[in-house]
Each structure stands twice: as C-alpha cells, then as structure tokens.
Design a protein. Structure first.
Length: 107
C-alpha cells in the first residue's frame, strides 16, 4: 500500500538508528506518496509542512514542495467533471469557457 512505502522505512530507520541519516530520502518518499494519493493527501502534506512541532526542518522543507510544485490537474478531466456535475454540455450553459486555466489553487 501507499502508506507502507513510507512507514516501513520509518520503522526500519527507527530500529537501526538511521532516522536522521535517512530523513531527506524518507520525506521525499512521503511527498511522492501524498502526491500520488490525490488532493486530500496533498493538502495534508501542505499542513504538515508548516508544523515544526511535528517535523524536522528538513522534512518541512521537502513537504513545502507540495505548496507550489504539484503536478497540474488534467484539463480534459476537469471539463468532463464540470459537464457531469452540470448534467449537460458546457456550451449549453456558458457562452465561453476556456479549457486552459489562467491560475490554479488548492482549496
């Protein structure tokens, strides 16, 4: 599972005393796992990125990449989702809706 890709190495590093030595590599893997799991988990990683009481400065720095270096959401999929939610074609509701976003944000 995705979680085991982070937690198994964490347990091994704890047992072998390699927590600090492998912090960057392990946190990079956590960022990759959170990204692969989707928007909710990306948001969770963003929240963790500002928690010095939970994470090391190195880990916080790596997770801060989730704030501005996340892969873009597929435009075609976004348009399909809008049409599904509307229950009709976009052109039936809007005179013009560009398929290319001018900005993006996570909410």
């Amino acid at each position: 599972t995705a979680a085991s890709q982070y937690f198994v190495p964490l347990v091994i590093d704890t047992i072998t005393g390699q927590l600090e030595a492998n912090d960057v590599q392990r946190t990079r893997r956590l960022r990759e796992v959170l990204t692969s799991l989707g928007p909710f988990f990306i948001k969770l990683g963003q929240a963790l990125a500002i928690r010095p009481d939970i994470l090391s400065p190195t880990s916080m720095y790596e997770l801060q990449r989730l704030c501005d270096k996340v892969p873009a959401f597929d435009n075609a999929r976004a348009m399909q989702t809008i049409e599904k939610e509307l229950g009709c074609r976009i052109s039936d509701v809007f005179d013009d809706l560009s398929p290319d976003p001018i900005a993006a944000a996570s909410l």
